[in-house]
Write a protein that binds this ligand. Structure first.
Ligand code: CTP
Ligand code: MG
Length: 223
Protein backbone atom coordinates (compact mmCIF):
# COMPACT_ATOMS: atom_id res chain seq x y z
CA UNK A 1 0.00 0.00 0.00
CA UNK A 2 1.47 3.32 -1.14
CA UNK A 3 0.04 6.51 0.39
CA UNK A 4 0.67 9.97 -1.06
CA UNK A 5 0.69 12.84 1.44
CA UNK A 6 0.00 16.14 -0.31
CA UNK A 7 0.85 19.17 1.83
CA UNK A 8 -1.30 22.26 1.45
CA UNK A 9 -1.38 23.72 4.97
CA UNK A 10 1.16 26.52 4.54
CA UNK A 11 0.26 30.19 4.49
CA UNK A 12 2.77 31.24 1.81
CA UNK A 13 4.36 34.17 3.64
CA UNK A 14 7.06 34.62 0.99
CA UNK A 15 4.49 34.82 -1.83
CA UNK A 16 2.58 37.68 -0.16
CA UNK A 17 -0.65 36.82 -2.04
CA UNK A 18 -4.24 37.04 -0.78
CA UNK A 19 -4.90 33.31 -1.02
CA UNK A 20 -2.25 30.74 0.01
CA UNK A 21 -0.10 30.07 -3.08
CA UNK A 22 -1.20 26.41 -3.39
CA UNK A 23 -4.73 27.65 -4.12
CA UNK A 24 -3.69 30.23 -6.74
CA UNK A 25 -5.01 29.39 -10.20
CA UNK A 26 -2.93 27.86 -12.97
CA UNK A 27 -4.54 26.63 -16.20
CA UNK A 28 -7.93 27.34 -14.67
CA UNK A 29 -7.50 25.28 -11.53
CA UNK A 30 -5.79 25.70 -8.15
CA UNK A 31 -2.08 24.72 -8.13
CA UNK A 32 -2.84 22.04 -5.54
CA UNK A 33 -5.17 20.36 -8.04
CA UNK A 34 -2.29 19.95 -10.50
CA UNK A 35 -0.24 18.16 -7.85
CA UNK A 36 -3.18 16.00 -6.78
CA UNK A 37 -3.94 15.03 -10.41
CA UNK A 38 -0.46 13.55 -10.82
CA UNK A 39 -0.97 11.25 -7.81
CA UNK A 40 -4.58 10.46 -8.70
CA UNK A 41 -3.46 9.35 -12.19
CA UNK A 42 -0.46 7.33 -11.02
CA UNK A 43 -1.00 3.55 -10.86
CA UNK A 44 1.62 3.42 -8.07
CA UNK A 45 -0.58 5.37 -5.64
CA UNK A 46 -3.39 3.68 -3.68
CA UNK A 47 -4.60 6.55 -1.50
CA UNK A 48 -3.98 10.25 -0.97
CA UNK A 49 -4.03 12.21 2.27
CA UNK A 50 -4.50 15.92 1.74
CA UNK A 51 -3.32 18.21 4.53
CA UNK A 52 -4.61 21.75 4.78
CA UNK A 53 -5.38 24.39 7.39
CA UNK A 54 -8.72 24.23 9.27
CA UNK A 55 -9.94 27.27 7.33
CA UNK A 56 -9.50 25.51 3.97
CA UNK A 57 -10.81 22.02 4.74
CA UNK A 58 -14.30 22.55 3.35
CA UNK A 59 -12.93 24.49 0.36
CA UNK A 60 -10.59 21.57 -0.40
CA UNK A 61 -13.40 19.07 -0.10
CA UNK A 62 -15.87 20.80 -2.39
CA UNK A 63 -13.76 22.96 -4.71
CA UNK A 64 -10.88 20.55 -5.25
CA UNK A 65 -11.49 16.92 -4.26
CA UNK A 66 -15.16 16.69 -5.32
CA UNK A 67 -14.92 19.13 -8.20
CA UNK A 68 -12.05 17.32 -9.95
CA UNK A 69 -13.07 13.83 -8.84
CA UNK A 70 -9.92 12.97 -6.86
CA UNK A 71 -11.38 9.66 -5.70
CA UNK A 72 -8.11 8.46 -4.11
CA UNK A 73 -8.31 11.15 -1.40
CA UNK A 74 -9.36 9.21 1.71
CA UNK A 75 -8.70 11.91 4.34
CA UNK A 76 -8.42 15.69 4.46
CA UNK A 77 -6.59 16.42 7.70
CA UNK A 78 -5.81 19.71 9.43
CA UNK A 79 -2.13 20.61 9.31
CA UNK A 80 0.08 22.15 11.97
CA UNK A 81 2.26 25.17 12.58
CA UNK A 82 5.40 23.90 10.84
CA UNK A 83 5.62 21.77 7.72
CA UNK A 84 6.82 18.84 9.83
CA UNK A 85 3.74 19.21 12.08
CA UNK A 86 1.54 18.89 8.99
CA UNK A 87 3.45 15.77 7.92
CA UNK A 88 3.02 14.33 11.41
CA UNK A 89 -0.77 14.75 11.28
CA UNK A 90 -0.84 12.91 7.95
CA UNK A 91 1.39 10.10 9.28
CA UNK A 92 -1.08 9.55 12.13
CA UNK A 93 -3.89 9.26 9.57
CA UNK A 94 -2.26 6.50 7.50
CA UNK A 95 -1.01 4.13 10.17
CA UNK A 96 -0.57 0.64 8.70
CA UNK A 97 0.37 1.68 5.16
CA UNK A 98 3.62 0.28 3.69
CA UNK A 99 5.05 3.42 2.08
CA UNK A 100 4.38 7.15 2.11
CA UNK A 101 5.28 9.61 -0.63
CA UNK A 102 5.32 13.17 0.73
CA UNK A 103 4.80 16.02 -1.73
CA UNK A 104 4.54 19.82 -1.54
CA UNK A 105 1.32 20.89 -3.28
CA UNK A 106 3.26 24.02 -4.31
CA UNK A 107 5.18 21.82 -6.83
CA UNK A 108 2.53 21.53 -9.55
CA UNK A 109 4.91 20.14 -12.24
CA UNK A 110 5.42 16.72 -10.63
CA UNK A 111 4.85 13.99 -13.24
CA UNK A 112 3.84 10.35 -13.41
CA UNK A 113 7.43 9.47 -14.37
CA UNK A 114 8.82 11.12 -11.22
CA UNK A 115 6.24 9.33 -9.06
CA UNK A 116 7.12 6.01 -10.74
CA UNK A 117 10.85 6.57 -10.04
CA UNK A 118 10.05 7.41 -6.41
CA UNK A 119 8.03 4.21 -6.06
CA UNK A 120 10.71 2.06 -7.67
CA UNK A 121 13.47 3.49 -5.46
CA UNK A 122 11.56 3.40 -2.18
CA UNK A 123 10.63 -0.27 -2.70
CA UNK A 124 14.30 -1.04 -3.31
CA UNK A 125 15.98 1.19 -0.70
CA UNK A 126 13.30 2.20 1.84
CA UNK A 127 14.01 5.88 1.12
CA UNK A 128 13.72 7.87 -2.14
CA UNK A 129 14.21 11.62 -2.39
CA UNK A 130 13.77 13.59 -5.62
CA UNK A 131 16.49 16.03 -6.62
CA UNK A 132 18.54 17.31 -9.52
CA UNK A 133 22.32 17.75 -9.76
CA UNK A 134 23.09 21.41 -9.13
CA UNK A 135 23.97 23.35 -12.30
CA UNK A 136 25.38 26.16 -10.17
CA UNK A 137 28.41 26.08 -7.92
CA UNK A 138 27.19 25.90 -4.32
CA UNK A 139 28.97 27.83 -1.55
CA UNK A 140 28.54 27.50 2.19
CA UNK A 141 28.57 30.99 3.68
CA UNK A 142 28.75 32.29 7.22
CA UNK A 143 26.15 34.60 8.77
CA UNK A 144 28.20 37.65 7.73
CA UNK A 145 27.96 36.73 4.03
CA UNK A 146 31.53 35.46 3.56
CA UNK A 147 32.32 32.12 1.95
CA UNK A 148 33.45 29.35 4.23
CA UNK A 149 33.74 26.44 1.81
CA UNK A 150 32.83 25.28 -1.69
CA UNK A 151 31.65 21.67 -1.84
CA UNK A 152 32.55 19.64 -4.96
CA UNK A 153 29.75 20.39 -7.42
CA UNK A 154 29.63 16.77 -8.59
CA UNK A 155 28.17 15.93 -5.17
CA UNK A 156 25.68 18.82 -4.93
CA UNK A 157 22.01 18.13 -5.52
CA UNK A 158 19.06 20.52 -5.31
CA UNK A 159 16.36 18.72 -3.38
CA UNK A 160 12.69 18.51 -4.30
CA UNK A 161 9.63 16.48 -3.45
CA UNK A 162 8.23 13.81 -3.68
CA UNK A 163 10.20 12.18 -0.88
CA UNK A 164 9.16 8.58 -0.22
CA UNK A 165 9.86 6.36 2.79
CA UNK A 166 8.93 3.00 4.25
CA UNK A 167 6.18 3.87 6.73
CA UNK A 168 7.76 2.36 9.88
CA UNK A 169 11.02 4.24 9.18
CA UNK A 170 9.52 7.71 8.67
CA UNK A 171 7.12 7.18 11.57
CA UNK A 172 9.91 6.21 13.95
CA UNK A 173 12.30 8.95 12.77
CA UNK A 174 9.62 11.61 13.33
CA UNK A 175 8.66 10.15 16.70
CA UNK A 176 12.24 10.05 17.97
CA UNK A 177 13.06 13.61 16.94
CA UNK A 178 9.76 15.02 18.21
CA UNK A 179 10.09 13.26 21.57
CA UNK A 180 13.66 14.46 22.07
CA UNK A 181 13.04 18.05 20.88
CA UNK A 182 15.38 17.78 17.88
CA UNK A 183 13.11 19.28 15.21
CA UNK A 184 14.70 22.74 14.99
CA UNK A 185 15.83 23.75 11.51
CA UNK A 186 14.12 20.81 9.79
CA UNK A 187 13.08 21.83 6.25
CA UNK A 188 12.36 18.49 4.58
CA UNK A 189 11.53 14.90 5.44
CA UNK A 190 14.89 13.52 4.37
CA UNK A 191 16.54 15.68 7.06
CA UNK A 192 14.43 13.92 9.68
CA UNK A 193 15.72 10.52 8.59
CA UNK A 194 19.29 11.89 8.31
CA UNK A 195 19.16 13.36 11.81
CA UNK A 196 17.64 10.18 13.25
CA UNK A 197 20.52 8.14 11.85
CA UNK A 198 18.11 5.28 11.20
CA UNK A 199 18.78 4.76 7.49
CA UNK A 200 20.74 6.14 4.53
CA UNK A 201 18.74 8.44 2.24
CA UNK A 202 18.61 7.49 -1.44
CA UNK A 203 18.44 10.26 -4.06
CA UNK A 204 16.78 9.83 -7.46
CA UNK A 205 16.40 12.13 -10.46
CA UNK A 206 13.44 14.51 -10.19
CA UNK A 207 13.31 17.09 -12.97
CA UNK A 208 14.55 20.64 -13.53
CA UNK A 209 10.94 21.64 -14.20
CA UNK A 210 9.69 20.30 -10.86
CA UNK A 211 10.09 23.68 -9.17
CA UNK A 212 8.43 24.90 -6.01
CA UNK A 213 6.34 28.03 -6.34
CA UNK A 214 7.72 30.12 -3.46
CA UNK A 215 8.08 33.82 -4.33
CA UNK A 216 6.31 36.13 -6.83
CA UNK A 217 9.23 35.57 -9.33
CA UNK A 218 8.26 31.92 -9.58
CA UNK A 219 4.86 32.84 -11.02
CA UNK A 220 6.60 33.74 -14.30
CA UNK A 221 7.42 30.03 -14.64
CA UNK A 222 3.72 29.26 -14.75
CA UNK A 223 3.27 31.24 -18.01
N1 CTP B 1 3.18 23.38 4.36
C1 CTP B 1 2.26 22.71 5.19
N2 CTP B 1 2.16 23.04 6.52
C2 CTP B 1 2.94 24.02 7.05
C3 CTP B 1 3.89 24.69 6.23
C4 CTP B 1 3.98 24.34 4.89
O1 CTP B 1 1.54 21.84 4.70
N3 CTP B 1 2.80 24.33 8.35
C5 CTP B 1 3.25 23.04 2.94
C6 CTP B 1 2.98 24.22 2.02
O2 CTP B 1 1.57 24.36 1.80
C7 CTP B 1 3.76 23.87 0.76
C8 CTP B 1 4.88 22.96 1.27
O3 CTP B 1 4.55 22.62 2.62
O4 CTP B 1 2.99 23.17 -0.19
C9 CTP B 1 6.24 23.60 1.16
O5 CTP B 1 6.34 24.70 2.04
P1 CTP B 1 6.70 26.20 1.64
O6 CTP B 1 7.06 26.31 0.21
O7 CTP B 1 7.61 26.73 2.68
O8 CTP B 1 5.23 26.89 1.77
P2 CTP B 1 4.73 27.90 2.88
O9 CTP B 1 5.22 27.49 4.22
O10 CTP B 1 3.27 28.05 2.69
O11 CTP B 1 5.42 29.26 2.41
P3 CTP B 1 6.35 30.27 3.31
O12 CTP B 1 7.45 29.42 3.88
O13 CTP B 1 6.81 31.30 2.32
O14 CTP B 1 5.42 30.84 4.34
MG1 MG C 1 7.34 27.39 4.65
Amino acid sequence: MMTAIVLAAGSGRRMKSDVPKQFMRYKGRPLAASSLAAFQDSPEIDEIILVTSEAYISYCRTEIVEKYGFSKVTHIVPGGKERYDSVWQALLACEGTDYVMIHDSARPFVTGEIIARAAENVKKYGTAVAGVPSKDTIKIANAEGFVETTPDRRHCWCIQTPQAFAYPLIRRANEELRDSGRMDGITDDAMIVERSGLAPVRLFMGSYENIKITTPDDLKMLE
